[in-house]
Each structure stands twice: as structure tokens, then as C-alpha cells.
Design a protein around this ligand. Structure first.
Ligand code: ANZ
Ligand code: ZN
Length: 818
């Protein structure tokens, strides 16, 4: 019989595939469980240890759930459009389509060698026309509902990737992909109105079983802020403008107002003699990133416009300044400055010698940014900050100069890209009819193959005459196609829906099907998607719900982020550091179960850590050890000679470890705490091998224990366990019900965990003299009696008088003597 190795993997992978073991039966009466791992980019670097750490352990979890009776759906696919594939293509000169197809083939092979229960007949590949046809359909639906629109706006531009970026793709002022400093460009772009859902996206977060950190990142990204909009009239003019403030209670302390340099009012309000200075300031501000502009520590800069505004609460004139610490894209792009109570205003006022007037009592030093009691505020003196806000806003409302206002940090999602490898936006621009949607029956708008895709800042599709020239669907006149492609995050915003009905050629998906299979019950993937994919997917789900295409509110009920597997040197794996681990090499040498079990035992699932060859080798030895123990147990069972039927001490002990493992493997795995689950399997292995040394064995207990043991290890070492299961039950090749994965998860017998004897220590004056076994659950008096009657103890306390006897139940007895 073959020792566990890759040939065992291959044998069972083939059998599982041939017998369609993991086929998802949507009509099953069992409870469905949708287990989803984030799909990957088919990049040239193949499947790495990080993918494995995402997919392997989650597959184990799904297998366990299958054995617990769930109807598990675990699909897999590829996020095939987008910059990684395109950049790879640019580097190698191979067309992105060709390289993508090839890379997907390789990665599919690798995924299959993992031996996961993926439902391959539900596979989606986002760059396939059969998929992106429906991504385009989704866009059209959003367009119909005014949730997709086009506007000219200053957008983030990556000079290296030669494309615009969504706000979410700009991290600390640089492109999240290539780390080039992002600049601003005025461009007409397509947006999705995610801001329409800001409130619901925020409110529902608390209903989700997600990591707290991810939830709070989303909350912060949405950034709901409740305050007021206060109107300032411009002195000697009909003009006025609003400012957004969260501290209306400080209105009496306003000593100037500031406009963002990009605010259109700047040009109108700046007096001639200040124009030159203001113009050069605007140019300088253009070069600063929003992050720099918002920094608290950075030196504040600004210029005076020459104009004044009227404070609506007291009629006071305050100078209008222009300063880049005010962002054009937030609130109204204008701020009322209260230097006594705001850090930034304080440093600005100090620098430019503007008045600083305290209007909130509290604290010694200025700026005092906390809450307190209003002072120097006329009729409002004595009110608390909270009361003051309400009172001032009411007063402003009565004057028609202000009202309550809620602001969000969240901006609409910019989805057009000036790149080639993406789904074409299904829009036609006609001189007569304007922006016209491509009719649904003309979808997909096929991405042409022969296109010069090397990026130069213009949309590659614009250069393809065949593609770009078309006729207007409305008037039939000559028209041009939209040349931009969709952000790849649009493709991934709905893939989990398509999985459920991936072969539907009539619709994106059937409503009844997805309402049955969705939402995703367990979603696992990296934490880097907190404010992008995970937020976009929630938005798209809600938008589709409101259009009547599905009936649930949230796509992912429960979410886990796996940790990061680092190189052996403790650093992030990278080719340039030469510290990458190639799963393929290990798998061909040790088998995929060893690789998988090492990942699950060697790391906390949510923390990850540094790779260790020694760790992997020790798991390889453990698998060998399991194999030896199982072999010898099975042989004893087959020999059938040393039978006994009683449950004596050795039997009870074996049974204890059996059920101790059942209990803890179940509960620890439930919360994806695989390392401790496997530790319990190791203990059971030890207990089994100890029992094998007994001269007479209870073979029926042995067989039951071995049966449970193989079931327990099945999720973690699926190929190895399948082999052992088939050996133990002498399953023939023709047997239909051959698989351990069709077996029920072992049942816990709580009674086996109650030990009827426990060992306690007996001390005399705090020193351990002996240990005795007593029946568990004995009363304190009987424990005392047992201790005092022990022969070791009677001899050691002979002639002394007992002062007192202390009993610590279940652990020890201490006899204090004089
Ligand atoms: C006056 C004031 C007094 C403010 C005070 C704060 C403290 P959040 O909580 O993030 O919503 N602000 C408003 N629009 C801005 C913009 N476009 N760029 C930069 N800052 C802006 O922040 C709201 C506060 O940020 C507002 O409340 C405003 O300053 C400033 F003692 O108004 B406050
Ligand atoms: Zn037309």
C-alpha cells in the first residue's frame, strides 16, 4: 500500500472529478452554505503561498461543513480584466487576452492540485464576453436609474499607469498599484452614485459579522458628519456662500472665513489688486496632494482676497481668505474659521495675525477644541455646546441663513479607465442624441482584439477605427462609441452573484436562484479590500435590490481576513527579495495535504507569519505518524484476535481523547482556529498509538475511534483521509458511496469527557507527598478522609497533630500539621 504522497492526491482528485462528488445540487433539501474565497488575478506569477493560505484552509472549513450536513456551494473563478494582466502584457509584449487565457489554465491546474471542492461548473472569468456582457448590462441598469452618470471633474491621475484612479485607489497621495505620486486632471468621466447609498451602507455595517477593524474603516471612509450649513453674505455684493460646520456653537468666535483655492467664488471675490498673488497661490495649491493639504502639522498657507463677509449671527465683518487647508471637494469648499477652538484655524490665525477670540469656556490653553459652555456669545451665553448648536441653528433658520446639514466623506465611484484591458462601457455618443445607451439586445459590446494597447494617456479603444465608429441606436446616424473601459472593480462588484447562475445566457442571473443561494455565508480574503471591493459589492447589491433583481440587503454575512504568509526571513514575499515560496515544489515532494496542514497548523489563520521549512517537515512527519498508527489499528481490527468487550481504564482513556478531539476540533474549526484544532488531532494520535500497546484491545471501540479519527482529519488532509477511509471500509472501486466526505461528522458524547477518576496531589505543610486517584465528584469530607487514610500520609504525619486540612476540589489536599 502506497505511503501518502502526491500519487494519492492524483488518484483521489481524479475519482472526485470522475464521480462529480462535489457537484452543487441546488435542489437539495439540506441547508445551503455559500462559502466564498476572493477570486484572484490570473497574473504571470502563478498561485503563491498567499493564495493557498486563503483557499486551502477555507476549503477545509467547507469540507467540515459538508460533513455536518450543509449543502456547500464553493465556486471559483478569475478576476481577469484590469491592470495586472495588462501590465504583464505590456512587459512581455504578449497580448493581454493570450496571456490571461494561458495564466488561467496554469492557475486552474494549480488549484485543482490543491484538491479543493470548488464547483468548477460555476466558474466565472470576468474577461469572457459571456461574463462582461452582464457587467455591461449592470452598467446600463445603473444608467437607467441615474446611478451612473458622466461629469467633468478634477480626478486622480496616475502618470505612470496612464489612467485615472478612484479615490479608493489613492493611498497617502500615491497610486496604490505603482506608488507613483497621483496628480489631478480635469476630465469628463463616468461615475456610479454610491453616495445615494451612503446612509444605508453606514447603518447596515453593524449588522455584519465582519472584523471590527474593517467595519470601522468602512465607517470612516463613508465619514458621516452631522453639522450645519451657515450662509455668509459677501459685503457690498449680492453674493453669498455657505460653510459647513460641525461647531455652530462657535459662530461668535469666527474671525475670518476661508475658501478652497479651487472654489469658483475665488475669482469673483478677489479684488484686482490681490489677483496676481491669488493666481500664483492657486497654481501652487494644485501641486499639493489632498493628504498634504489636510495634514495638521504642515505649515498653513493662504492669501487674502480683499473681500469681506458678514457673520450672520452678529453682523460682524470678517475677511475672506483663500487657503489650501480647505478642500474643494468637502462640504461647500468654504470654512468659517474659529481660531480659539480649532487647531488649523489657530495656526493659520497666529501666522497671519488674525484675531483669536474665545467663545467656549473650558480648558486653560487655546485652541480649546473640546466641548464646554458658551461665552462671549450674546443671548446664547451659558448654553452647553450641544444646546448652543441647536439654538444657533434654529436662530439661523428663522433668519433663512442656515440649516442642519449632513456631510459624507464618501465620493461617487469613478469607474471609467483610459486603458485597454477592461469591459467597454456600453454607451454611444451621438451628435444629435447625446449620450445613448447601447440597447440590451446588442450586448456584449465586444472588446476588439487588434488594438494598440500600450498606454499613452488616451483610451486605446479610441484608436481602433472599427470599434469607435458606429451608428447611433436612436437615430441611426453616424456616432462614436465610448472609448473608456470599466474599472475592474465593477467586474468584481457582482461576481459572487453570477457564480450562482453562471451559465445563464438569458439573464445576468435568475432571481429565484440567487435569492436561494445568496447571501454569501462565509467570505474570506485579504483585508486590503476594505474600502474598495467590499464597499462596492455592498452598494451594487443594494442597487440591484432596489431595482427588484434580488431580495437581500447585504452580500456577505460573515467575513474573515486571513493573515499574511511571510518569507522565511520574516519579510513580505517578493521576487526581488528572493524569499518566495513556490507551493508546487513542496506539493510534488510532500503532497498537497502536508502543505495544507502545515499552513493550518503553523499559523494563526488571521495572523499568518513567517514560513518555516522545518515546520512543514514536522507536519510531513506527523502525517507519516498518523499513517503508521492508522495502519496498525486497521491491521489489529482485521486480525480480529485479541478481542475484549469491556471498557476498562485504557479504553476509557482512549474514548476520552476521542471525544475531547471531536469536541474541540468542531468548536475551534468553527471559528477558523485551525492550529488548535490540529493540536487536538495530534493528541488523539498519541492516545491511539498508546492504546495500540495494550495487549488486549476492545476492537469495536478501536474501530469506532478509528472511524471518527479519519473523519476528523478528513477536512485537513482530504486525500490522505479518503485513502484511509477506503482502506478501512474495504471500499471497492465500483462502490458509489465511497467517500468519507459523504459521511456524517463524528458525534460528541459528552459523557465520555467526564472522567470517573481524577488524580489529586496530597501535600503535608505545602509539600507534595503523594498523588492518589479518587472518584470524581466526591464530597469534600470524603476527599479529606481518602487523603488522611492514605498509607504514605499516615506514616508521614505520624506523631504530629493536624492543625487543619485544606481541600482544593479536583486538585489537591493540603494537610497542615504541627
Ligand atoms: C467651524 C469650526 C469650529 C469647525 C471649531 C471645527 C471646530 P468633519 O468632522 O470632518 O465633518 N471643514 C468644513 N469643510 C471643510 C473643507 N472643505 N475643508 C477643510 N475643512 C473643512 O469636519 C467638519 C469641520 O471641518 C467643520 O467644522 C469645518 O470647521 C471644517 F471650533 O467649522 B468647523
Ligand atoms: Zn443619435
Amino acid at each position: 500500500m502506497a505511503k501518502y504522497n502526491i500519487s494519492v492526491d492524483k488518484k483521489w482528485q481524479k475519482k472526485w472529478e470522475d464521480t462529480n462528488l462535489y457537484k452543487f445540487d441546488e435542489d437539495s433539501s439540506k441547508e445551503k452554505l455559500y462559502v466564498l474565497e476572493m477570486f484572484s488575478y490570473p497574473s504571470g506569477s502563478k498561485l503563491h503561498a498567499g493564495h493557498w493560505f486563503n483557499y486551502g484552509p477555507v476549503d477545509s472549513w467547507a469540507r467540515l461543513k459538508r460533513m455536518q450536513g450543509y449543502n456547500v456551494f464553493q465556486p471559483m473563478g478569475f478576476d481577469a480584466f484590469g491592470l495586472p494582466a495588462e501590465n504583464f502584457a505590456i512587459k512581455t509584449g504578449i497580448h493581454p487576452k493570450d496571456s490571461t487565457v494561458k495564466n488561467i489554465k496554469t492557475m486552474e491546474e494549480q488549484l485543482k492540485s490543491m484538491g479543493a471542492m470548488f464547483n468548477w461548473d460555476h466558474e466565472v472569468i470576468t474577461s469572457d464576453p459571456e461574463y462582461y456582457k452582464w457587467t455591461q448590462w449592470l452598467f446600463l441598469k445603473l444608467f437607467e436609474k441615474d446611478l451612473a452618470y458622466r461629469k467633468k471633474a478634477p480626478v486622480n491621475w496616475c502618470p505612470s499607469c496612464n489612467t485615472v484612479l478612484a479615490n479608493e485607489q489613492v493611498v497617502d497621495g500615491v497610486c496604490e498599484r505603482c506608488e507613483t505620486e497621483v496628480t489631478k486632471k480635469e476630465l469628463t468621466q463616468w461615475f456610479l452614485k454610491i453616495t445615494d447609498y451612503a446612509d444605508e451602507l453606514l447603518e447596515n455595517i453593524d449588522t455584519l459579522d465582519w472584523p471590527e477593524k474593517t467595519k470601522s474603516m468602512q465607517k470612516h471612509w463613508i465619514g458621516k458628519s452631522t453639522g450645519a450649513e451657515v450662509t455668509f453674505k459677501v459685503k457690498d455684493s449680492d453674493l453669498s456662500f455657505g460653510v459647513f460646520t460641525t461647531r455652530a456653537d462657535t459662530l461668535f468666535g469666527v474671525s475670518y472665513v476661508v475658501l478652497a483655492p479651487e472654489n469658483p467664488l475665488v475669482d469673483v471675490l478677489t479684488l484686482d489688486k490681490y489677483k496676481d498673488e491669488v493666481e500664483s497661490y492657486k497654481l501652487q495649491a494644485k501641486k499639493q496632494s489632498e493628504i498634504e493639504r489636510q495634514s495638521i502639522t504642515r505649515d498653513k498657507t493662504g492669501v487674502f482676497s480683499g473681500s469681506y463677509a458678514i457673520n450672520p449671527i452678529n453682523g460682524r465683518e470678517v475677511p475672506i481668505w483663500i487657503g489650501d487647508y480647505v478642500l474643494a471637494t468637502y462640504g461647500t469648499g468654504a470654512v468659517m474659521a474659529v481660531p480659539a477652538h480649532d487647531e488649523r484655524d489657530f495656526s493659520f490665525a497666529t501666522k497671519y495675525n488674525l484675531p483669536i477670540e474665545r467663545v467656549i469656556d473650558g480648558g486653560k490653553d487655546l485652541p480649546y477644541t473640546d466641548h464646554g459652555t458658551m461665552i462671549n456669545s450674546g443671548e446664547f451665553n451659558g448654553l452647553t455646546t450641544k444646546e448652543g448648536k441647536d439654538a444657533i441653528v434654529s436662530k439661523l433658520e428663522s433668519l433663512n441663513l442656515g440649516s442642519l446639514k449632513t456631510n459624507y466623506r464618501l465620493r461617487d465611484w469613478l469607474i471609467s479607465r483610459q486603458r485597454y484591458w477592461g469591459a467597454p462601457i456600453p454607451i454611444v455618443h451621438c451628435e444629435h442624441c447625446g449620450t445613448v445607451a447601447v440597447p440590451e439586445e446588442q450586448l456584449p459590446v465586444i472588446l476588439p482584439y487588434d488594438v494598440e494597447f500600450t498606454p499613452d494617456g488616451k483610451s486605446p479603444l479610441a484608436k481602433s477605427e472599427d470599434f469607435i465608429n458606429t451608428t447611433c441606436p436612436k437615430c441611426g446616424g453616424a456616432a462614436k462609441r465610448e472609448a473608456d473601459t470599466l474599472d475592474t472593480f465593477v467586474c468584481s462588484s457582482w461576481y459572487y452573484l453570477r457564480y450562482a447562475d453562471s451559465n445563464n445566457s438569458e439573464k445576468a442571473f435568475d432571481i429565484d436562484k440567487i435569492n436561494k443561494i445568496l447571501p454569501v455565508d462565509k467570505y474570506v480574503g485579504g483585508p486590503e479590500h476594505a474600502c474598495m471591493h467590499l464597499l462596492y459589492a455592498r452598494f451594487i447589491t443594494k442597487a440591484l435590490r432596489d431595482m427588484g433583481y434580488l431580495n437581500f440587503d447585504e452580500p456577505f454575512k460573515s467575513l474573515t481576513h486571513q493573515g499574511l504568509i511571510l518569507g522565511p526571513d520574516g519579510h513580505k514575499m517578493s521576487k526581488s527579495k528572493g524569499n518566495t515560496i513556490s507551493p508546487d515544489d513542496y506539493i510534488s515532494e510532500y503532497g498537497s495535504d502536508v502543505f495544507r496542514m502545515y499552513l493550518m497548523f503553523g499559523f494563526s489563520y488571521v495572523e499568518g507569519g513567517a514560513w518555516s521549512d522545518d515546520g512543514l517537515k514536522s507536519i510531513a512527519r506527523f502525517v507519516e505518524r498518523m499513517e503508521r498508527v492508522i495502519d496498525s489499528a486497521r491491521e489489529a481490527i482485521e486480525d480480529n484476535t485479541e478481542d475484549k468487550t469491556t471498557m476498562d481504564k485504557a479504553e476509557k482513556e482512549l474514548n476520552y481523547w476521542r471525544h475531547f478531539a471531536i469536541k474541540n476540533v468542531t468548536t475551534d474549526s468553527e471559528i477558523l482556529q485551525f492550529n488548535t484544532a490540529i493540536a487536538r488531532i495530534m493528541e488523539l494520535t498519541t492516545a491511539l498509538s498508546k492504546y495500540m500497546n495494550e495487549s488486549r484491545k476492545n476492537l469495536s471501540l478501536l474501530k469506532d475511534t478509528l472511524t471518527d479519527f479519519i473523519k476528523l482529519i478528513a477536512p485537513f488532509t482530504p486525500h490522505f483521509a479518503e485513502e484511509q477511509w477506503n482502506l478501512l471500509y474495504k471500499i471497492k472501486d465500483s462502490d458509489i458511496d465511497y467517500s468519507v466526505f459523504n459521511q456524517k461528522w463524528p458525534k460528541l458524547d459528552e459523557k465520555a469527557l467526564i472522567k470517573d477518576e481524577i488524580e489529586i496531589a496530597i501535600q503535608v505543610n505545602g509539600k507534595i507527598k503523594t498523588r492518589i486517584n479518587i472518584a470524581s465528584g466526591l464530597s469534600e469530607d470524603l476527599i479529606k478522609e481518602a487523603a488522611l487514610n492514605d498509607s504514605d500520609i499516615t506514616s508521614s504525619i505520624e506523631g504530629k497533630s493536624i492543625v487543619k486540612v485544606i481541600v482544593i476540589k479536583g486538585r489537591l489536599v493540603n494537610i497542615v500539621v504541627k
